[in-house]
Design a protein around this ligand. Structure first.
Ligand code: DGL
Length: 264
């Protein structure tokens, strides 16, 4: 079985990281659209053009399913758009529903962070309208985090400075949950922990997306492996071109960072 996973860049590696564990026998193609990152600052029409090209690429590689490991791309690729293709295409959206279901009854508010395109998009606004009955959800665009992630800057003071500046208008101590609505945001967990005081819960869409992938592939439950086996099971492409040895080394650093974050 072959599964295609794509993102504008390195964010979707966090989805791949989880998929490698949940689907130990699958082969993966990971496509980072490095020529066009960041999607979060492009138009819907531009992003749909990129997605069309990537899906065509994946279909040529004869994948059995495609995961859009990108909330921004999903927010402009409707269900109707996705259903035109001959294999299941699983999208991702900020896990607002999950956050409200799990933590809505606790005192405090829920903050959803994503890219500017996702934050401004109708899709997220409809979702919030549907689930946020008590008006407890706030939204914030954090495009700077995509830039830090793409540079591989996981540990620089600039990240904390940037976050504090962007969150200046939000009373951070009122939040009980923080939704990571962009796959690039997973790399910065230690900074959120520094900025949000107390026992705030963090929610991302990765687990839900993988569950949906397993369902579409006909699995009743995951065949979770204790440790991901990455050797030779993933072919990586940057905008359609196989990655060089140097680029692969760089990807390995991201995967190691994700591994490290699992244990905090
Ligand atoms: N990783 C992407 C997401 O989940 C988008 C980042 C970008 O290209 O702006 O939304």
């Amino acid at each position: 079985m072959r599964v295609g996973i794509f993102d504008s860049g390195m964010g979707g590696l966090s989805v791949l990281h989880q998929a490698l564990r949940e689907l130990p026998e699958a082969e993966f193609i990971y496509y980072a659209d490095e020529e066009h990152v960041p999607y979060g600052e492009k138009t819907g029409e531009q992003i749909r053009g990129y997605i069309d090209e990537i899906i065509r690429f994946m279909l040529e590689k004869q994948v059995d399913a495609i995961v859009i490991a990108c909330n921004t791309a999903t927010s402009v690729a409707t269900k109707e758009y996705r259903s035109r293709f001959p294999v299941p295409i699983i999208g991702m959206e900020p896990a607002v529903k999950q956050a409200v279901e799990l933590y809505g009854s606790l005192p405090g508010r829920i903050l959803v962070a994503a890219t500017p395109v996702t934050i401004a998009g109708d899709k997220l606004h409809h979702l919030v309208e549907q689930v946020d009955r008590e008006d407890k959800v706030d939204l914030v665009a954090l495009p700077g985090l995509v830039r830090f992630a793409e540079k591989g800057d996981f540990e620089t003071e600039e990240i904390e400075k940037y976050l504090r500046e962007e969150l200046k208008g939000y009373a951070v101590n009122q939040y009980k949950a923080f939704v990571l609505g962009c796959t690039h945001f997973n790399y910065f967990m230690p900074y959120y922990k520094r900025i949000f005081p107390g026992n705030i819960k963090y929610v991302d869409g990765n687990a839900g997306t993988i569950r949906q992938l397993l369902r579409k592939l006909g699995y009743k439950e995951s065949k979770k492996a204790l440790k991901e086996k990455n050797n030779g099971r993933v072919s990586y492409y940057f905008s359609g071109t196989p990655v060089t040895a140097g680029e692969k080394k760089c990807i390995d650093i991201y995967m190691e960072q994700l591994e490290k974050l699992d244990s905090i």
